[in-house]
Design a protein around this ligand. Structure first.
Ligand code: NVA
Length: 309
């Protein structure tokens, strides 16, 4: 049976750990052509740099082929119903990577396609980012359970997937966001269920200094995500005390990692120059999208007749 990745919660702790191990192995040893002859549709409703390039290159390096489909050429849900697009693509490709506005579009794609569907960012989640980030943290810190990740800013798609993934693997998750911009109740409740099993602690606050205290990782993202451009000014005001800068990083552990999924708005959610700080691992994060997604593609798209390590 096909397996989709629509939410990070579609994976369990063991599966996440296995993906990280596979990614680490492929990063060190290189990736053999395990997806020779396999094909992937990369279907996007929103702009992308890292996700588009890393999925295309991952397919190429694994011996397969990825075809990028821009919002204009497909007109998902406008020119053609989402369900029909899913049924057509299933006749051509072995997997679909989709970046959508609504999570429901992903559900429809997955419900009508006979091949795996991977969420490459929706308004609700960004599981590929969270998986790659756990891989980066694992690489830098040598383990995950017991570490504290403090997310400063909007309770957005990236925050949702990070909260869930942290709680799945036993990391503590702090979130500092202004009132009205917290993570949604549903995500929080799911995170609490995972935390009860893994021993993670969740702390929600509106005080960025409280969240950052003694953290192992300080993470932030843009204040207005794709699709929220009209709210940018309102959000700039709401988030004005939530910039990640040296003062905030100074409250965390001395060997804290600074992380951001990019693109960044220098001088807004981060102080100018922060990406170049020795504590910043943002470009390792970007690179690791490639390695982790290779592991994910091999896991979901492999021909069962071909043996995979
Ligand atoms: N929250 C951002 C993440 C970009 C990788 C957005 O959705 O625009």
């Amino acid at each position: 049976m096909k397996k989709d990745l629509l939410s990070i919660a579609d994976l369990n702790r063991k599966e996440i750990e296995h993906l990280i191990e596979q990614a680490l192995h492929m990063k060190k040893e290189g990736a053999p052509p395990l997806l020779s002859g396999r094909t992937l549709a990369i279907l996007f409703e929103k702009p992308s740099l890292r996700t588009k390039v890393s999925f295309e290159i991952a397919m190429y390096q694994l011996g397969g082929y990825g075809i990028y489909l821009s919002p204009e050429e497909v007109g998902l849900g406008k020119r053609e119903p989402v369900a029909d697009a899913a049924r057509v693509l299933s006749r051509y490709v072995d997997g679909i990577v989709a970046r959508t506005f609504s999570q429901e579009t992903l559900d429809i794609l997955a419900g009508h396609s006979s091949v795996p569907v991977i969420n490459a960012l929706s308004n609700l989640e960004h599981p590929c980012q969270a998986l790659s980030d756990l891989f980066t943290i694992y690489e830098k810190k040598g383990g995950l359970p017991g570490l504290t990740l403090a997310f400063i800013g909007d309770g957005n798609n990236v925050a949702n997937s990070l909260l869930l993934s942290a709680c799945l693997v036993g990391m503590n998750f702090h979130l500092a966001s202004p009132p009205g911009y917290e993570v949604k109740g549903e995500v929080l409740n799911q995170g609490k269920e995972f935390a009860a099993l893994s021993g993670s602690q969740i702390r929600l606050t509106s005080d960025p200094y409280e969240a950052a205290k003694d953290a192992d990782i300080i993470y932030t993202d843009v204040w207005a995500s794709m699709g929220q451009e009209a709210e940018a000014e309102k959000r700039r005001l709401a988030f004005s005390g939530y910039q990640v800068n040296n003062k905030l990083l100074g409250l965390a552990k001395r060997d804290v990692l600074f992380m951001h999924p990019l693109p960044a708005h220098h001088g807004e959610e981060i102080s100018a120059g922060l990406l170049d700080d020795p504590l910043s691992v943002v470009f390792d994060q970007a690179e690791n999208r490639l390695h982790l997604q290779k592991a994910l593609l091999v896991t979901l798209l492999s021909n069962p007749k071909v043996s995979v390590k």
